[in-house]
Design a protein around this ligand. Structure first.
Ligand SMILES: O=C(O)C[C@H]1C=CC(=O)O1
Length: 91
């Protein structure tokens, strides 16, 4: 099942800069694991925003939730998920 996922990240100023760098490094590692597993085929930066547009390819809503909530930046994300179905005119 394919999902369009939009993530906006907002890290409060109260998080120490060194901690932010640790979280971002851990995020990069976890994102790479999920991509290597073939579950996250598209990851695009939204120009000019601390946000991304992604496509996930997973078995279920529950699997998607598990992957998203495993991201170290998840507590700082606002996430919008759109499930995708086949378009009848797609060739
Ligand atoms: O920077 C982001 O868009 C947030 C997050 C998604 C993948 C990743 O490495 O970080």
């Amino acid at each position: 099942m394919l999902y369009h996922v939009s993530m906006h990240i907002s890290i409060p100023d109260s998080v120490a800069p060194a901690r932010v760098e640790e979280i971002k490094a851990a995020e990069k590692e976890r994102a790479a694991e999920i991509q290597r597993a073939g579950k996250w085929p598209h990851l695009w930066r939204v120009t000019g925003q601390y946000a991304n547009i992604s496509i996930f390819n997973v078995e279920s809503h529950d699997e998607l939730h598990a992957l998203l909530s495993s991201l170290p930046l998840f507590p700082f994300m606002s996430v919008t998920v759109t499930p995708l179905a086949q378009h009848p005119s797609a060739i």
